[in-house]
Write a protein that binds this ligand. Structure first.
Ligand SMILES: C[S@@+](CC[C@H](N)C(=O)[O-])C[C@H]1O[C@@H](n2cnc3c(N)ncnc32)[C@H](O)[C@@H]1O
Length: 155
């Protein structure tokens, strides 16, 4: 029987763009291959590129991508929907880190969709870390405990 592989991805939940960007020096190394999903005009994508990482910025909006390409011609940008996994796989990169910042995905109403997306990225793209900008994910993470059975005391 085929064994199911376990995703080892760590999820980092941030609130606001300052926190989202503050993770870059902590998580991104020059040898990383990074995908930023929801890159808008590429401001954060450029900060990731400045570390020396190989980075691609993607956004659903072709207008944003056009502007990002014009202002940052040395960085690769592609118009792709975050949920279009075949298009992300067609980028043909082994992403080690993923940055995710989608408008409309910060509130509780979209938490399930966001978690589904994170799980899909973890299982298909297998990055080491996904940094997400989402207030509701951070609040949820703060309220979770991964229960571990304490060792039994010997008499
Ligand atoms: C807050 S902006 C991103 C800002 C950018 N990450 C930065 O740090 O400068 C959110 C972006 O998410 C994009 N977006 C929303 N839904 C998306 C989807 N389904 N797939 C890809 N991008 C999406 C929007 O077009 C918008 O540019």
């Amino acid at each position: 029987m085929a064994r199911q592989r376990k995703a080892r991805t760590i999820y980092v939940a941030t609130t606001g763009v300052a926190e989202y960007r503050a993770t870059i020096p902590v998580y991104v190394r020059p040898d990383d291959v990074v995908l930023e999903v929801g890159c808008e005009w590429g401001t954060t994508t450029e900060l990731i590129a400045e570390v020396g990482a190989d980075v691609i910025g993607t956004d659903i909006s072709p207008e944003c991508i056009e502007r990002a390409r014009e202002s940052r011609p040395n960085i690769r940008f592609e118009a792709i929907d975050a949920f279009d996994m075949p298009a992300l796989l067609a980028l043909n990169k082994k992403f080690t880190k993923i940055y995710l910042d989608l408008s409309g995905f910060s509130g509780y109403a979209s938490l399930l969709d966001l978690i589904s997306l994170l799980q899909m990225y973890a299982h298909v793209l297998e990055p080491e870390v996904i940094v997400a900008k989402s207030r509701s994910l951070k609040t949820f993470a703060h309220r979770c405990i991964a229960w571990e059975q304490p060792p039994k005391e010997e008499n």
